[in-house]
Ligand binder design. Sequence first.
Ligand SMILES: [Zn+2]
Length: 81
Amino acid sequence: MGAEETMSTVDGPLRCSHCGNKTRFDIYDRVARRRFAHFSLGGEVTYEEEEILERTVERIVCRWCERDDTIEPAESVVTEE
Ligand SMILES: [Zn+2]
């Protein structure tokens, strides 16, 4: 694995600078992927491998205040003493 991550990948912590929400967001993204579909003879499908080829985050909306223009990457939460 270890696929290259694009700038638009959102995996780190987020924060809404308007209301301070750090935990609840709606993320609208588009994903291009390859999946290995394994069909049983009965026609049921199982996906046994999945590779994300490309992922584009189009919009992130705060669940608390519903703004999408105040979302920013959160600073790491580590507090040093
Ligand atoms: Zn908010």
